[in-house]
Design a protein around this ligand. Structure first.
Ligand SMILES: Cc1ncc(COP(=O)(O)O)c(C=O)c1O
Length: 378
């Protein structure tokens, strides 16, 4: 550990200090376990050398397990938003007709990205707080012949709703069998069951700061066979996000860019811990904690925002307590109790707050956060 400046003088006073720890109850970034944090300080290595190749091989194999796919899963530097762009530029050409199923802010943003790239976007919106209705989706899709793609958010982080992906996939496949199905699984994958191959999904992507017990900075994405075929005719310009270019490089266990080596170390450690816990056990842990969070919130006397039939097991949205200003409440929790909840987004700002319960989370973490909230409401 270097504690000196380059001229040899002590650097202690000059160095910025780590922020004080908090009970971070955001739906990302999420707390990082000690072993994962420690891996972030390991020494740099050659990202084209044998040690890094071994990490790529291990991480890829473990990601395949969690994506539940036999396809290649590629890792790019970037946040979840990169998944929207990477999937669109690899599969489509300007003017291609696509539909975006939107149940909240992140669905809206998927549509925005598709629009930005000149696709011909039809939105299929649902009320925020509700899941997409597969029958309505099928009906709307039937009125849109020639669709090239359908985009869907698995878990809508802004509202705390998980779409019924098996039912939606079935609806999409029956109404628009030629359309590629692109799934934003940024805040669900690794926490909620999402069997990519069994559902026949074409693209699935996620981000390291959500269910993966890692810092932000990596986007993981898999393409199924139909998506790989579509890359051949897709005309949108692409370079950094070019899936085939990256795939060729990763086939040699080398990234096509200078890898953020520390983040790869951390993902490698986190995935190893997740394999040790077991995929189904992780799903069960999230289901139990989601259930606990919803029950406790109601016991405190607060009202849940999401349709209970589709409540998310990674994030819970809660209406602001009646007669209380939300902003000062969240501020007091943050500054005095060191509990950090997320606010509402877009038109829900000031109306709801959100409790993140994904990744490295155990029931006592949620209990402590909700105890603090309860004390403030008394
Ligand atoms: C469902 C979903 N999609 C996409 C994103 C965008 O990810 P990022 O903020 O990492 O770019 C988020 C972030 O919260 C998300 O929850």
């Amino acid at each position: 550990m270097s504690t000196t400046l380059p001229d040899g003088s002590p650097a202690h006073a000059a160095l910025p200090q780590a922020p004080a720890p908090v009970n971070l109850r955001l739906p990302g970034p999420t707390p990082v376990p000690e072993a994962v944090a420690a891996a972030g300080s390991w020494p740099m290595i050659n990202h084209r050398g044998p040690e890094f190749a071994a990490i790529v091989a291990r991480v890829t194999e473990n990601l395949r397990h969690f994506f539940q796919t036999a396809q290649d899963v590629l890792v790019f530097p970037g946040s979840g938003s990169a998944g929207w762009e990477a999937s669109i530029v690899n599969l489509f050409s300007p003017g291609d007709p696509v539909a975006v199923i939107s149940i909240g802010n992140f669905g809206e943003r998927f549509a925005l990205v598709a629009n930005s790239f000149g696709l011909n976007v039809t939105k299929i919106p649902f009320e925020w707080g509700q899941a997409a209705d597969p029958a309505v989706v099928a009906e709307k899709l039937r009125a849109l012949p020639g669709l090239r793609g359908v985009m869907v958010t698995h878990n809508e982080t802004s509202t705390g709703v998980t779409n019924d992906l098996p039912a939606l996939t079935q609806a999409i496949k029956s109404a628009a069998p030629e359309a590629l199905i692109l799934v934003d699984a940024v805040s669900s994958l690794g926490c909620i069951d999402l069997p990519m191959d069994a559902l026949g999904l074409d693209v699935v992507f996620t981000g390291s700061q959500k269910g993966w017990m890692c810092p932000p900075g990596l986007m993981m994405i898999a393409f199924g066979p139909r998506a790989l075929a579509a890359t051949e005719s897709a005309k949108l310009p692409r370079f950094f996000w070019d899936f085939n270019r990256a795939r060729k490089s990763f086939a040699k266990h080398q990234p096509p860019y200078t890898a953020p080596i520390s983040l790869w170390y951390q993902l490698d450690v986190a995935l190893t811990m997740m394999r040790a816990e077991g995929r189904e056990n992780i799903f069960a842990r999230h289901a139990a904690i989601g259930e606990y969070t919803r029950r406790r919130v109601q016991e405190i006397g607060l009202t849940l925002f999401a349709d209970p039939a589709h409540a998310s097991n990674t994030v819970t949205a809660v209406y602001a307590p009646a007669g209380k200003e939300l902003k000062p409440l969240l501020k007091a929790l943050r500054e005095e109790d060191r509990v950090v909840f997320a606010g509402g987004q877009d038109h829900l700002e000031g109306k709801i707050f959100r409790v993140g319960h994904l990744g490295a989370v155990q029931q006592p973490d949620i209990a402590a956060a909700l105890d603090a909230l309860e004390r403030r409401l008394k």
